[in-house]
Design a protein around this ligand. Structure first.
Ligand SMILES: NC(=O)c1ccc[n+]([C@@H]2O[C@H](COP(=O)([O-])OP(=O)(O)OC[C@H]3O[C@@H](n4cnc5c(N)ncnc54)[C@H](OP(=O)(O)O)[C@@H]3O)[C@@H](O)[C@H]2O)c1
Length: 299
């Protein structure tokens, strides 16, 4: 199979396309013919060595995948050949990531692909949406809470905002000037572009996807603060215990997310599609910042 591999730690240019053997499959595995793999910030951080992950080179990066099941192991119960699926693989824990023509992994990592979006675009959903769902599970919110979401125009921030609104909460956003109209249209009450403009002690919670730790000042006493960013956490204070959330593989959780997408309640925009051979450009685009929507790699 063709796959995008990295052969050493480095910049986008270490990404190359190569032929490699298909991964072996076990009795609980499904084999997926890949429609698309999404590019996530974690892929850039893994490639560059920013994250302390020891890769065995050549390594196939990639967490997000969509595609069609072409084979199932003897003990697989939820899928059959021909099913369209989405999945998230915590790449460092696996021999192969998703930047490949075939992905082989346990069926518990996958869900049936949602309707109402193309199979290619569905690759944008798993990591961002699972992250958003799981980070919100880390905090307890009274009904109709008021929540500040930082990085609200990003993949995770936008999805977390949408989930909060679906659950009946009020959302304020911290984002860039160019995102203001889009986020107001999505249902944010107010959009701030400068942390200094935030009022102290007013929010029930801050959901931080952009690493703006000072926003904890805007949480009221005994409120909640949760971050997914790699940087430092704010100190515990005023009855607030800052939490970190790290995304976990969860196929059944993805089924629930797919249902929301199929119902039209949730969507993740697409920025651009690249062929496998353009993987260096795909990584460079995401690294440059300012991208809105997911960057996809198509075999
Ligand atoms: N812990 C976990 O399990 C987990 C899971 C997923 C992601 N993450 C991490 O979470 C972060 C966000 O991921 P993502 O996929 O949502 O990335 P993304 O789509 O690039 O979104 C990040 C958003 O935050 C914005 N932003 C950054 N700094 C900002 C600031 N000071 N003020 C306002 N907006 C700001 C960015 O704007 P610009 O593009 O204009 O800079 C972008 O819109 C990444 O660092 C990623 O590695 C962690």
């Amino acid at each position: 199979m063709r796959a995008v591999v990295v052969t050493a730690k480095g910049g986008p240019d270490v990404l190359t396309v190569t032929d490699m053997d298909e991964p072996d499959s076990g009795p609980g595995d499904i084999t997926v013919a890949v429609a698309a793999a999404a590019v996530n910030p974690v892929d850039l951080k893994t490639r560059s060595g920013f994250l302390p992950i020891e890769l065995t080179y050549p390594a196939v990066l990639g967490w997000d995948v969509s595609g069609t099941v072409v084979a199932v192991g003897a003990s697989v119960t939820r899928f059959a050949p021909g099913d369209n699926v989405i999945g998230m693989i915590a790449q460092p824990a696996h021999r192969f990531g998703t930047y490949a023509e075939r992905v082989v992994a346990d069926e518990s990592l996958f869900a049936h692909a949602p309707t109402g979006t193309s199979l290619v675009h569905a690759a944008a959903i798993p990591l961002a949406a699972l992250t958003a769902v799981q980070l919100l599970d880390k905090i307890t919110l009274p009904a109709q809470s008021t929540v500040l979401v930082t990085g609200a125009a990003g993949a995770v921030g936008r999805t977390a905002s949408a989930l909060l609104l679906i659950r009946g909460h009020r959302v304020d956003a911290l984002a860039r000037e160019s995102d203001v109209d889009d986020l107001l249209a999505l249902g944010s009450r107010r959009v701030f572009t400068e942390p200094a403009d935030l009022q102290a002690g007013v929010y029930d919670a801050v959901v931080d996807t952009a690493g703006v730790v000072d926003t904890i000042d805007s949480v009221h006493d005994d409120g909640a603060y949760v971050s997914i960013e790699d940087g430092d956490q704010p100190e515990p204070q005023r009855g607030i215990t800052p939490g970190k959330s790290y995304v976990n593989e969860d196929g059944p959780g993805l089924e629930q997310i797919a249902a929301l997408v199929s119902a039209g309640a949730l969507s993740i925009p697409i920025a651009r599609e690249f062929g496998f051979a353009e993987a260096p450009q795909a990584h460079s685009l995401l690294a440059a910042g300012g991208t809105r929507g997911k960057v996809l790699l198509i075999p």
